[in-house]
Design a protein. Structure first.
Lengths: 410, 410
């Protein structure tokens, strides 16, 4: 609930968070409605949600200001008049005085008004409590919209309550996620479809494309002690794994830099990077992870040709003869940056990120990247689709993926 | 549309983006429905949306895989049979061949199927085109869920079309946004509240904090030719402007790099950057803007002390005596990088981004940044709150803001 969600000033992270938590609890989300601070729209969303779901989680609109009307509108729509809970009011006053050392503002007194028959969930992070209502066997929960408050109330109150009330009706979602890079969603889907039987039992497969690659997710819904789901997941995993293997990387965060960091650190290698069109993006991604100083010595962003020559010892002849976006320059940059930083490994990217700078021979999106490792250099060329940002992101990922493949195979 | 939105694997940033764009167009969003890849739920959401709105924007489910069913379900629900558009298919095949050098996969051929009477919006970033349908005077738009594709189609096709079709029914939100950096939201709000009368007419003020600063937004809803709103906005702007002035920068994109690019390019100066704790973030931000090669020569990421010495000519004595995070090292890095790149300006950042590496004297978040410009060097120290990512973002912004202030005052 909230105008700011519709107007886009706030991104609905609560929805995603509750979706994940509810799914792993075994209560998949059927739909999410986002409406503004308007009584008819709140009533409409509540009515529709009660038609299609057993549990309705409502967040937002429990605050102290005039546009916070969720508590009042829901109480009225469900025919549960609000009563002042004196004990709750005392508690709010005491806690406010402790935190802020001022009296509870009048606007916050409304937070002690409770719909008839509601269970009150104490809010340890903020002021407005959570409220749980039984509506003809279905459960309606009102929670504040501030993420930290919503999460605290969900963990401390809503989740235990749902487990207790719904018990054996819950079917948790068990899933396995495989990260891939370097293959298009449609090609991956085709190859997997080819090798897989029609009947996957309770297992479903989803493809989640990102700029940096495609995640493949297998999921099955089952009680935790049901061995059937795990057996089906094993069976499907065994079928898809050979297809995924050449493109797969194992990173809890989904970031291939995590795998690179592990390989580099465990083998005691060091890395330096040279970037042209990615302009610092590869270095930024590497250093985003804490601990990168263990293997990352540094990098050079050589935007100008002269800088490629001066800082990476790329020869003037190669630059002039082959052009800055060429296999030869990518190789020379990777070897040069490893040499000047005294690193065991060097990575380089040079390309045309656009929107300008393209030609018939080297259109926008043309990128050469190279990795120098243990005395060997490999270079690859790609033509990436998309705008400047997408080309840069895809180039950085392709270069990192090449480094990872060489680390693994070496 | 999409199971991954309900399950929370994807945060619905599209909803927020479209909400902002629609609001500024004069078409405030009434409600947002998120449903899974299920035909009855897609039909239900579409029917409800058509009941309450003049324009229905649908994103997601136009992709190549089996769970992408939005096109088919919407076409059927609206009684518009899908027809293969041969011309579109040819175009998709040609573009795919250019990008990937492989034939268009069978799954992608579905993207050339168009509901009867639909207008096709070409997708320049990806494959699936946008589709626009007239439904008894209301407009239904189908867009892919990949954010870059959705945004490209919205900008290039949907927005002009809505302007043309809805014209004088639009009541745009007229707003003026002031970007500030270097002052906290609460301090800014306090100072503005002090100097402003209770009655602002139709104007409302909002504070939008970001990691890189706080945007102050004045807004009023009015037709473009209504002089009343403009007069009120002028009046309020005149009151807040003096408070904002020291922290303000004028950039359409909200990115201070835009201002720096303008100053550098118009004055014919060149820039090089040296980064330690920001690890490439400053260079990435500078090169994110097309045309940066006009003034940006390059940069060095010197994570290791040895690299600071070798590549930036920072003396061993200064590094040993003062430590890598010190005023002296920041100054030496800024001057060194300008010298080795032969640039008129040098920018440097060195700090403790965390989570490790802090001490009592230099806690996590301690950052020294320096700018060398026209023979003068200025250095500043800040202790930034937040986790590693936040410290890095704030450090990059602070260094860029220092460069901008020096460019403006020089």
């Amino acid at each position: 609930m909230g105008d700011e969600l519709l107007a886009g000033f706030t991104v609905d992270t609560n929805g995603a968070w509750m979706g994940r938590r509810a799914a792993s609890l075994g209560l998949p989300v059927r739909a999410r409605f986002v409406v503004g601070d308007s009584a008819p729209d709140i009533r409409g969303a509540l009515a529709r949600a009660l038609e299609i779901a057993d549990v309705v989680l409502v967040t937002g609109g429990l605050g102290p200001t005039g546009d916070d009307i969720t508590r009042e509108v829901v109480a009225e729509a469900l025919g549960r008049p609000l009563r002042l809970d004196e004990e709750l009011l005392d508690e709010l006053r005491t806690r406010w005085a402790t935190w802020r050392r001022t009296p509870l503002p009048a606007g916050n007194e409304r937070m002690a008004r409770v719909p008839e028959g509601a269970l009150v969930l104490p809010n340890r992070v903020g002021t407005a409590p959570g409220l749980v209502l039984d509506v003809e066997g279905r459960i309606v929960v009102l929670l504040p919209g501030v993420p930290a408050e919503m999460r605290g109330l969900f963990d401390g109150g809503v989740e235990p309550l749902l487990r207790q009330r719904l018990g054996d009706r819950l079917l948790p979602l068990v899933h396995r996620v495989f990260h891939t890079t370097g293959i298009a969603e449609s090609s991956l889907a085709e190859r997997i479809d080819e090798g897989i039987p029609e009947n996957l039992g309770p297992v479903s497969i989803a493809f989640l494309p990102r700029l940096t690659g495609v995640d493949v997710r297998l999921s099955a819904r089952a009680t935790p002690d049901d061995p059937r789901a795990a057996r089906w997941l094993d069976r499907v995993e065994a079928l898809v794994e050979p297809v995924l293997r050449p493109y797969r990387y194992l990173a809890e965060s989904g970031d291939i830099v995590e795998c690179i960091a592990e390989e580099m650190t465990s083998s005691g290698r060091t890395l330096a990077v040279a970037e042209s069109c990615t302009g610092g993006l590869v270095a930024r991604r590497i250093t985003e992870l804490a601990g990168s100083s263990e293997y990352f010595l540094g990098g050079v962003v050589t935007y100008a040709d002269e800088a490629k020559r001066a800082h990476l010892e790329v020869s003037r002849d190669v630059l002039a003869g082959k052009g800055a976006v060429s296999e030869e320059v990518a190789r020379a940059m990777a070897e040069g940056v490893a040499r000047v930083f005294g690193a065991g490994a060097g990575l380089a990217v040079t390309g045309v990120a656009g929107p300008g700078g393209g030609s018939a021979e080297k259109p926008v999106g043309t990128v050469w990247y190279a990795v120098h490792l243990d005395g060997r250099t490999q270079a690859r060329r790609s033509v990436f689709p998309g705008a400047r940002r997408a080309v840069r992101e895809r180039s950085a990922q392709a270069a990192l993926a090449l480094l990872y493949r060489m680390l693994r195979s070496g």
